[in-house]
Design a protein around this ligand. Structure first.
Ligand code: GAP
Length: 458
């Protein structure tokens, strides 16, 4: 039933121009998607709301747009070149590659990407009878190996064998850490303060499933909050947890569709890590991570670059700030919003409450023939898709619909359209019956439609 909902959303996204598989005419490209005209608007609205909430409304948080490519030393210092990996195994029968931690999770065994190869292989061995290949159903897997997720490129490397690769960034926050000193030197920010950025990230994800939930190219919205390592640090952390939870409620997400997930298996430097999970059609899964990362990142880059990344208080006290991170994916937000506001309505039921109900009232109920009854039943079975987006998220805010094309109604409609499109994302639509045009707008979640009729003319 619920995977049915995901399939319906995927098909609506393609049919109505929200999201397309990338390079589809060539058979697509696994785990990469393109955003169509309504998808772009939805995505931009999500980013605008996030930026407003994090930057515009907080005097001590500033924006940044760092480059996708960075000096490869950044990724060595951060530990990504050695340790940014997922456990990969292959089905011996059909050669499908699987993420072992996910496979174990599906049968209720806790595992994650932070475990060592040895730990993962022990679990794989202990549970081998329970695990099935998602493609062929057999349960014979190769030993798990750590597979590095960084995407390599030859940018700036002119050796034939790409001996000095550069990397497409695996997370946007590294651009924030390496600009910490620039921000301190060029702004008047005092601790505590935050740096926020939205941008693309790339990961060689092993498995590609669940539509835009896990993609190899995606956008992140990350904020790194620099605090003094004292008794207030964890208060600030709790504060950010509360703010980010309320952010999703204010976006219109039902509280019952959100839950906290505490990371039990913390990386050595982390003080605390929680995820906000959303109830996707395939279960509760990570939407956003809120992490207390201590001084790990600034220390790594201080060591790697040999540049001092410290903060000096006005009284001369000097220390390496600790970092509280909030990190979420734009694509996961898009998918959450599509799932949350997707509704199906029975058009028969709806019209029965208005037009049909009136005509029924006028008819002697006794004389309702079986033919009438059948056509009513058919109408009731017709379902329409309605995206009940809140106004701020809706790709199109207003549609202008002339009742008919003739008698000057088109001209009046065009005038109004040209006027208001200065201020709102609008659509003009005069093709097909007025009912069909309303349905088209329902499907893309337009909150307001204006019908121009003969009364408008008067
Ligand atoms: N800087 C911390 C960091 O990158 P993460 O948990 O790996 O942490 C943060 O990613 C968020 O980025 C996730 O909560 C998710 O929303 C999004 N994300 C991560 N990998 C993704 C992928 N392959 N596809 C889409 N979104 C992804």
């Amino acid at each position: 039933m619920e995977s049915n909902k995901l399939n319906k959303i995927i098909s609506l996204c393609k049919r109505r121009g929200f999201i397309y598989p990338s390079s589809e005419i060539y058979g697509g490209f696994s785990a990469i998607y393109d955003y169509g005209p309504y998808g772009v608007e939805l995505k931009n609205n999500i980013k605008k709301i996030w930026h407003k909430e994090m930057v515009q409304k907080n005097e001590n948080i500033i924006g940044l747009d760092s480059a996708i490519f960075m000096n490869p030393k950044v990724w060595e210092a951060s530990g990504h070149v050695k340790g940014f990996s997922d456990p990969l195994s292959e089905c011996k029968n059909c050669h499908t590659r699987v993420r072992v931690d996910h496979l174990l999770e599906e049968v209720g065994i806790f595992a994650d990407e932070k475990m060592t190869e040895k730990e993962i292989n022990e679990l794989l061995e202990e549970n081998k009878d329970k695990l099935k290949c998602p493609k062929c159903g057999k349960n014979d897997f190769t030993k798990a190996k750590s597979f590095n997720l960084l995407v390599k490129s030859n940018l700036g490397d002119f050796t034939e064998k790409n001996e000095n690769p550069s990397y497409l960034r695996g997370e946007t926050c590294q651009g924030i850490y390496v600009n910490f000193k620039n921000i301190l030197d060029s702004t008047r920010q005092k601790i505590p303060f935050g740096i926020a950025q939205i941008g693309k990230a790339f990961r060689n994800e092993i498995t590609a499933r669940q539509f835009i939930f896990r993609t190899r190219e995606f956008e992140q919205m990350e904020m790194q909050y620099f605090v003094k390592p004292d008794e207030n640090e964890m208060k600030e952390y709790e504060n950010w947890k509360e703010k980010r939870w309320n952010y999703y409620l204010n976006l219109g997400i039902k509280e019952e569709n959100l839950k906290w997930h505490k990371h039990e298996n913390l990386v050595f430097y982390a003080k605390e890590a929680y995820d906000i999970e959303y109830n996707f059609p395939f279960g509760f899964k990570e939407l956003e991570g809120i992490h207390a990362r201590s001084d790990y990142d600034l220390n790594c880059h201080s060591k790697g670059s040999e540049v001092k990344l410290k903060y000096k208080e006005s009284d001369g006290e000097e220390y390496t700030p600790h970092i509280i991170e909030t990190s979420t994916g734009v694509g996961r937000n898009v998918l959450m919003i599509l799932c949350e506001f997707y509704k199906e309505e029975s058009s028969g039921q709806r019209s029965l409450t208005s037009t049909n109900q009136r005509s029924l009232d006028n008819t002697n109920q006794q004389s309702l023939t079986s033919t009438n009854q059948k056509s009513l039943d058919n109408k009731q079975k017709e379902t329409r898709t309605v995206m009940q987006f809140p106004y701020e998220l809706a790709p199109i805010k207003l549609a202008i619909l002339p009742l008919v094309k003739k008698d000057g109604l088109s001209e009046i409609s065009r005038d109004i359209f040209n006027n208001i499109r200065e201020n709102f994302m609008c659509e003009y639509d005069e093709s097909g019956s007025i009912g069909k045009r309303y349905r088209r707008q329902d499907e893309i979640g337009t909150p307001y439609c204006i019908t121009i009729d003969y009364q408008t003319k008067e």
